[in-house]
Design a protein around this ligand. Structure first.
Ligand code: UDX
Ligand code: UDX
Length: 478
């Protein structure tokens, strides 16, 4: 019987996942630990609007369970030693140097977790991989855990089982995804360990949705799910470019193909390109694995999904440049949305980061608005030119010119003197902008670029602004 659960990593995955577990399994204690004291302090803050992660519904759950069967602390070793089950939920960024740089995941933190578990765990412990990991990482964890025990005599030996239980939550809908999952995947070889985790989930998930597989299938299924989803986004974005030049409308194409039940209607929204911490990293991981196992054709196939995504982000910059008479020097551009999608404050791999850098590099001055992303985060994302750019172009050292708009968008003069406004994230408020009013504040000829298809076309056009939107072509006669 599981009584105490520890989760290492209080991030976007660990925090919300353990909160929902605590809410559904009130007789078990869930202790989330993290090496970052600031993050833990934020999880413990009295003011629930200060939680480190913005996720609709999360604050209510934390309010209900924190201090009861949900704790956040930096006491990593203590919590490990007390736990029957430990979730590893630390980040696994793409390696930046060495073999596999730019593709393979850096597993240094996962390895460090395994070492700490091997040192501090007591008795029998079930170790659950929650982080997305390359296939066969379970083997590495197992080797580390077992090697530490080999020198002990059999009485003092601790034992471990390893499970893979990948997370399929999407940011912005994490709580709903956790409470009503399409499926729960548990990979492993030991029946008892699998059943122990199964028993936790079955408190709120219908058992026919809990799938058992071997460890490797579970690890690979997670990478594959993200790769397929990202591929859909690249697919529809590639078609949107074709729509623009042929006079087709990507919304009509999406609707038409989505009615085919084999294709399905979800995940067919065009945009500036996929972002978020997972898609690119997981595909590159798949690319690395395929190459590693001598399958370069498979690697090339998946890598093209990432290439198309980068191309799509740069395509938007080129269109803006072309429409604004080929130069952005000293032009004032309003950026609406900086997070990688709506309802999250996460900016990791957000297309806005690359697009803003491109525009700044062209000499534009940016006013950036986002309802949830902080000024500090934008400074982190845009403040320092990337190292590789510096090598190529020393000019980039000059201070980037941008400003985070801290006031309310609608009541204040965000639009004052803007030459163009670009919608990059589909926050609902951007679909309600009163273009008739704000157009009067903009410089003429003012442009609106809608990369998410959420702007009201009629309102923009009737206000005299020029309008470009993704995926909708004007019919050509030749
Ligand atoms: C997760 C998954 O774990 C990752 O595999 C997936 O691909 C993306 O999502 P996420 O929760 O989003 O990661 O990462 P992040 O928000 O960066 O949180 C990870 C936390 O782990 C950080 O707070 C970090 O301080 C903590 N950490 C890291 C530790 O506590 N110990 C370590 O050794 C390393
Ligand atoms: C994703 C997976 O959906 C989730 O199952 C996994 O556990 C983690 O990675 P997330 O990155 O939070 O979740 O967001 P998701 O909703 O999948 O969107 C990813 C990116 O694709 C966003 O930038 C989003 O704007 C973009 N997207 C998504 C589109 O451009 N069009 C779509 O139709 C859907």
């Amino acid at each position: 019987m599981i009584k105490k659960v520890c989760c290492i990593g209080a991030g976007y995955v660990g925090g919300p996942t353990m909160s929902v577990f605590a809410d559904k399994c009130k007789d078990i204690s869930f202790n989330v630990v993290d090496v970052n004291p600031d993050r833990i302090a934020a999880w413990n803050s009295k003011d629930l609007s200060k939680l480190p992660i913005f996720e609709p519904g999360l604050d209510e759950i934390v309010k209900r369970r924190r201090g009861k069967n949900l704790t956040f602390s930096t006491e990593v070793h203590k919590c490990i030693s007390e736990a029957d089950m430990i979730f590893i939920s630390v980040n696994t960024p793409t390696k930046t140097s060495g073999i596999g740089a730019g593709q393979a995941s850096d597993l240094k933190w996962v390895e460090s977790c395994a070492r700490q578990i091997s040192e501090y765990a007591k008795g029998h412990t079930i170790v659950v991989e929650k982080s997305t990991l390359p296939v066969r990482t379970g083997e590495v964890i197992k080797a580390i855990l077992e090697s530490s025990q080999s020198s002990l005599n059999s009485k003092n030996k601790n034992t471990f089982d390893i499970l893979s239980n990948p997370e399929f939550l999407a940011e912005g809908t994490a709580i709903n995804d956790l409470e009503n999952p399409d499926r729960v995947l548990i990979g492993g070889s030991n029946e008892n360990a699998i059943n122990a985790l199964h028993d936790l989930y079955k408190k709120w998930v219908n058992e026919d949705k809990i799938i058992h597989t071997n460890l490797w299938s579970s690890e690979l299924a997670k990478l594959t799910a993200n790769a397929f989803l990202a591929q859909r986004v690249s697919s529809i974005n590639s078609i949107s470019a074709l729509c623009e030049v042929t006079g087709a409308d990507v919304r009509e194409v999406s609707r038409a193909i989505g009615k085919d039940s084999r294709i399905g209607s979800k995940f067919l929204n065009v945009g500036p390109g996929f972002g978020g911490s997972c898609f690119k990293k997981d595909i590159l991981n798949l690319v690395y694995l395929a190459n590693h196992f001598g399958l370069p054709q498979v690697a090339d196939f998946w890598e093209s999904v990432v290439h198309l995504n980068s191309w799509n982000q740069n395509r938007l910059t080129n269109i803006i440049l072309e429409k604004l008479f080929g130069t952005l020097t000293e032009k004032k551009i309003g950026i609406l949305g900086f997070s990688f999608k709506a309802n999250t404050n996460d900016t990791r791999e957000s297309p806005a980061v690359q697009i803003c850098k491109n525009l700044l590099n062209e000499g534009a001055y940016l006013k950036i608005h986002d309802p949830k992303v902080s000024k500090e985060q934008i400074d982190l994302d845009l403040g320092t030119p990337p190292i590789e750019d510096l090598k190529k172009n020393e000019v980039l050292v000059k201070k980037y010119k941008y400003k985070k708009w801290e006031n309310s968008l609608l009541e204040n003069d965000f639009f004052e003197n803007l030459d163009a406004v670009i919608v990059l994230t589909e926050w609902e408020i951007y679909s309600k902008i009163e273009w008739e009013k704000v157009s009067k504040k903009m410089r003429s000829p003012g442009w609106v670029f809608d990369s998410r298809l959420i702007v009201d076309e009629e309102r923009v056009k009737s206000s005299g602004l020029s309008f470009w939107r993704v995926g909708v072509g004007t019919v050509r006669r030749n």
